[in-house]
Structures are given as C-alpha cells and as structure tokens.
Design a protein around this ligand. Structure first.
Ligand SMILES: [Zn+2]
Length: 706
C-alpha cells in the first residue's frame, strides 16, 4: 500500500461526529472539483491534491463504515459527458487501468500474473502519458471520427477539432491494412493527446498577459483545447499525440502489444519511443525506476508506467474485472502533491535575525519522502496564501526541490480558524521585532539574541565558510548554552581540556552526563587550528554579513584581498565591485564600522586567523588552463581535497569550474562514488579524468593529455 504518511492524517483520533463532518466536507469539495475538472476543464486544485482528498475520504469510510453513502464520490468511476458535443458510443468500452501505487504493489501484481499463467510472460512497458484519452476511428484507411473517452462507454465527438492536430494522420499509410482481419471494418485506434510542457507554459503566459485564467496543468490545457467549440482555437494550440492501442485486438492479425506499437508507427501514428519488452520482474522495475528518473527532463508530462502482458492471446485468457483489464496495470509515480493538516506555524530566528514562519505539518509522504515542516518564507507570504492553523493544506515536493505549502483547501477550513498573526517580539530573546521599509522580513535586531548567535556560529563552521569539520549543531549549541561562546572569535580560545570535559545533554546508562572526550576534542582543536589558514573569502563569508554570501564574498576579495583594504574602501567603491549591489555594499560598510563587529575581527586576527588572501606561490600564476571548463564529481580521496579546494586550485590557473556537465564541458574529473555527472560525461563523450590525472593537472598547471 501507499506509504504510511498519508494515513497519519486520517488515523488521528476523531469522534464519530467529527469524522462525519469531515467526510461530508470532503465529499462536497471532491464533487465541486469533479465538476470544475470535467465540465469546465478548470480545476482549482491539482490531480494529486484531488487524489489525496479522495484517499482521505476512502480511509475515513473504511474506518467508519457507517459513514459510507451510496452517492459517495468514492463509489463512482470518473468521467463526465458534456452536452454541447455529440455523444459517441465507443466500439468497445475504454477501460481505465488498475493502479499500483508503489513498487510493492507492482511486484504483487506481477506475482499474480505469474501465478495465473504458471510463468511470467513477456511484459510490455510504456510511459504513462499524462494527457487526455482519445479514440480515433478509421474506415477504409481514412480517419473519420475522433472522440474523447468520456465515461468510458460514451465520449464526445471532437472530430472537427482533432483534424487540426498536426501529428494525427488523416489516412493510414498504404498497405497498413494488409494485416487487417477485415479491411472494410472500422478500426478504432486509441491513445493520449497531450500538450508539451513548453507549449503549456507559453499558453499560460499568453493567458496571463491577456488577463485570462491560466490552465491548471498541461493535461487540462490539452483537454480544454480539444473541447473547443471553435476548431480554429484547437488549431492554434500545440497539441500532440501518442497512440498505443486499438479497441479490438482481433481486428489486426498481430501477436501482441509490441507488434501493435510497431504497426501503429508504420501506419503513420505517433508512438512513444520509450517502450521496452521486459522478460523479468527486475527489468520491469528497472524500466520504472529509469522512467521516474527521466520524468523531469522529458518535454511532456508522464505520471507513471503502464505494464501490459504482451501476448494478445494471453491477454484474452486473463480477461477483465468489472473495472479494468487483469492483464495490465498502471504503476503510478509517487505524487508530488499531497494534502495534510497544518498543525502550527512556528517562527525560526536566523543568524541575521530574520524571523521565518515555518509550517508544522501532520507528517505526510510526498514524492517518496516524509514532509513534516515547510518554510512559509515571510509574513506577506503567509497572508497571501492565507494559510491558517487547522487548515488542510496542499504540500508540494518535486524531485530534490524543497517542500512547499501551496495553499489551503479553503472549503475544508475548520470554523473559527484565525488568520496568522506575526509575533511582535523575537521568540528567542523577547526583543521587539522590526520590519524595514521595502522588506518582506521581520527582523530581531538585538545583538544578544541567542538564536542569532547560534546560527552565526554554525554559519562560521559551515562548509561554505570556515569548514570546521566535526563542529556541529549539538556541540556548538552546548557551548552557547553553558555560556562559553557568544561570537565566532570564541572558537579560537577553546582548549582541548575544556572541550573534552564538555557535558553533552545526554546521560549514559549509569545516569552520568556524557562528555565529549579527548579523542573528539583533539580532532576539533586541530580542525579549528586548520581553519586559521582558510582563504580570506571564506572569512568574509563566515562573518555572516547581511547580503554577503559565498559568491559575493569571493567577488569582494578579488578586489579587496585583505581586511585592511576592505575597511578602507568607501561605500561607493564597494558598490562599484562587480556583483556587489548597493544593499550589499551598504551592509558590509556598516558592518565594518560597528564596534562590536570590529572587536570580533580584531580578536580573530590576534588568534591567528588569516585576514588577507593567502599569497600562494604563483600569485600571478600563468593562466594555463584558461578557456577550459572542468566539472568535479565524487570524493577526492587520494588528493585529500574537498571538491571546493580542487576547484579553487583549478581556477587559480584560469580554468572555469562548472556544477553541471554539458557538451561544452572540457573535462569531468571523477573521484570515488561519482554521481550522475559521470554517466552524463560518458553519454556526451566528455573526456573523464581520474584522480591521478587531476593531480597531474593541479601539480603542473598543464592541460591534461588524453
Ligand atoms: Zn532575538
């Protein structure tokens, strides 16, 4: 079954009355969206969010059977026939497929198939295109009618519109019907009509520019474009098709799905190239995994993989349930959107004093990972989205992207839910918070704010800044709690002895406080010691000056390679530095003139932290690698360097270092456990360097010879 995250919401203890109210509210919302979706092609929520509501209703009805009603949307098969188009009865019912919501369900289905036939037959795997189903009827080799799926039995006649879809042939290629059982009989070809992502985005940009309502997603844009009263409008939309079935397999003398796909291609239809005839469960699972991986890079939307028993005779032997064929299943990708409960909105204080509202959610599995918190960015954002504690909210997480709260399902809002009020004081130190003109953020400006201190200290030790290995949140947090640290200069007065004796917040079996111990303490001290020689840009970044991040720090240091030089620069001069805007310039200028900050910088300098770009031999090094672009991937174990360090060393010779591989990449240097960049390099034919070759480049500054 689907991951447990989604059950958590539904399984929360409810009285029967509460459950009944919730079920009622869910049904109304689902019905409303069904109408918006099918009749108006204008849903207000995504399919995934709709499915999420439907799942919650289903699990409520399962937990409280007395609440089930005959007219519940959970009992109905989707679909809707509009009156403005002529109804078309399909030659054979257009079934929808049963779904496998995860790998376990797919394996279960394959096991059933194996049991049914006594062996696992060849399975044809195809991408599940997220479009709108279409049935094209040909007679004597000519396209005569096109219909939507409708409710599966009866669809709508959209022939005039489909005639305007560019990739649909008006006639089959000559000779196609040689394999027809009866060349004069009508032949119904089925598939999916869709709108490419880029065309969808262009269409929505246009709609917005003209003040029209944008489409919710490419599928609705395709369905809406297909169901236009004026065929000229359909003609103006970029629609495309993938065909993959015929209504009656006996109509053609073909053995199976694979052969049918070849035939469709030869007959002139557009057939998706990503198909695979699989002989084992492992191959099917690998195809699904690979398809999920490429999902984002395809020019059209897919939402899963369709797996079919290839052989038509075997398909016939398996037959149908009342809803769907037994010989096929749709493996659905994990949804990228789910609905869940917003339990609270908490406020986090960052190192620059920014207050960030955070949504605390009933944990829910989205796109394969459990989401329990999501940033709400700032006060305006909370009000713009109008999310309130107690709301059912839609959470989105696509790929590696940070989870996001899209907004509430307003109709499911509990009575009395109040708009969120931003705090007037800092939740960490109690100081009054301010909001500067033109700023979206609330800010605590107290110098003594412990939350800010902790964040600033953690920023100093972070990988982008001083990269002090082992100095994590737990240890720094303890040091702040016991009053040992309040600013970044305090790191450099720590002793091994006091770190070794530092009591962590935990106790051992005997109830004694666990201390850090000498081994860890010694490592930390040497890591702190090593940080004194870090690049000056890292020091500037590490100070946590507002608007000065890793890249801006590097740009500043190019022009002002020491603290002396930086302090002497005027605000105008700083503004003139490439990549430094007025705000950043004003920020750093003010920072260096604030007595508390100057004090910290002086103490750092006295402790031995380098306050100037370290003059490496070859400061004016020949730019022997100019014009070359390197990409680094994997762990550089032999070189004992971080990728950032290796990148800096390459840049010193004038090379460019990029984070992604393209045809323009000159070399990809590969350490241990390289990621997908390595695969991409091989695919694009970009030369690959191992660590020894990279070392030679760094040692000599000469371009590699391959
Ligand atoms: Zn504060």
């Amino acid at each position: 079954m689907a991951a447990d995250g989604e059950r958590m919401g539904a399984s929360a203890q409810r009285t029967l009355e509460e459950a009944a109210q919730r079920a009622d509210a869910l049904r109304q919302e689902i019905e409303r969206n069904t109408y918006l979706y099918y009749a108006l092609d204008a849903p207000e929520i995504s399919d995934a969010a709709y499915d999420s509501l439907m799942r919650e209703l289903r699990s409520l009805e399962a937990a409280y059977p007395q609440l089930a009603t005959d007219d519940s949307p959970t009992k109905r098969v989707g679909g809707y026939v509009e009156k403005q188009f002529t109804p078309v009865r399909h030659a054979e019912r257009m079934y929808s497929l049963d779904n496998a919501m995860d790998e376990a369900e797919l394996i279960e289905w394959m096991r059933g198939i194996e049991e049914l036939y006594g062996h696992l037959p060849a399975l044809c795997c195809e991408l599940k295109i997220d479009g709108s189903s279409i049935a094209l009827t040909c007679r004597g080799g000519l396209l005569v009618q096109a219909a939507t799926r409708g409710d599966g039995t009866t669809g709508e006649d959209v022939t005039a519109n489909v005639m305007n879809v560019k990739d649909i042939p008006r006639a089959l290629r000559p000779g196609s019907l040689d394999v027809a059982a009866d060349p004069d009989a009508p032949l119904e070809v089925r598939g999916e009509i869709y709108m490419p992502k880029a065309s969808f985005e262009a269409l929505n940009r246009e709609a917005e520019a003209e003040g029209r309502k944008p489409f919710a997603n490419p599928r609705n844009a395709a369905a809406g474009s297909l169901r236009q009263k004026d065929p000229a409008i359909t003609a103006s939309r970029d629609l495309a098709t993938f065909l993959y079935a015929i209504s009656d397999n006996a109509a053609l003398k073909l053995k199976g799905q694979w052969e049918l796909l070849q035939w469709l291609k030869e007959a002139g239809f557009h057939v998706n190239p990503d198909v695979q005839l699989c002989q084992s469960r492992e191959e099917v699972l690998a195809f699904c995994a690979a398809s999920l991986e490429k999902r984002g890079s395809l020019p059209y939307e897919i939402d899963g993989v369709v797996v079919k028993v290839n052989d038509f005779a075997l398909q016939d032997a398996a037959g149908f349930t009342s809803r769907a064929p037994k010989w096929a299943i749709a493996f659905k990708f994990p949804p990228e959107e789910k609905t869940t409960l917003l339990r609270a909105i908490t406020v986090q204080v960052g190192r620059t004093g920014v207050l960030t509202p955070v949504a605390e959610l009933e944990p829910v599995a989205v796109a394969g990972s459990v989401v329990a918190r999501a940033t709400l960015h700032n006060e305006d954002e909370v009000h713009r989205k109008d999310v309130r504690v107690g709301d059912t909210v839609i959470v989105r997480k696509a790929g590696d992207v940070i989870p996001e709260v899209l907004g509430p399902v307003i109709t499911l809002r509990p009575e009395g839910a109040l708009p969120w009020e931003a705090p007037k004081t800092c939740p960490s130190c109690g100081s009054r918070v301010i909001r500067e003109e033109g700023e979206a953020q609330l800010r605590c400006v107290s110098i003594d704010c412990p939350a800010q201190a902790l964040e600033r200290l953690l920023h100093w030790v972070s990988r982008d800044a001083m990269d002090i290995d082992g100095m994590g949140e737990e240890i720094v947090g303890r040091l702040v709690e016991v009053g040992r640290m309040s600013d970044v200069a305090d790191f450099y007065s720590l002793t091994e002895e006091e770190l070794a004796c530092l009591k962590m917040g935990r106790t051992n079996k005997e109830g004694e406080a666990i201390t850090l111990g000498h081994t860890v303490a010694a490592k930390l001290i040497s890591a702190i010691e090593a940080s004194k020689e870090r690049d000056f840009a890292r020091v500037v970044c590490g100070l946590g000056i507002r608007h000065i991040g890793k890249n801006t720090a590097a740009q500043l240091v190019e022009v002002y390679p020491s603290m002396e030089a930086l302090k002497d620069a005027s605000e105008e001069e700083l503004t003139a530095v490439h990549g430094i805007g007025e705000r950043a310039a004003a920020s750093i200028w003010a920072f260096l003139r604030t007595p508390d900050n100057v004090d910290v910088i002086n103490r750092l300098e006295r402790a031995g932290v380098a306050m100037a770009a370290i003059r490496m031999e070859g400061e004016d090094r020949a730019q022997t690698l100019a014009g070359l672009t390197f990409v680094l991937t994997g762990t550089l174990t032999e070189l004992r360097m971080s990728r950032d360090e290796a990148a800096d060393a390459l840049k010193a010779y004038g090379a460019k270092v990029s984070s992604s591989v393209s045809k323009k990449t000159s070399f990809v240097a590969v350490g241990d456990n390289p990621g997908s960049k390595y695969d991409k390099a091989v695919k694009l034919g970009v030369p690959v360097l191992d660590e020894a070759q990279l070392k030679a480049v760094l040692d000599t500054g000469e371009p590699p010879v391959i």
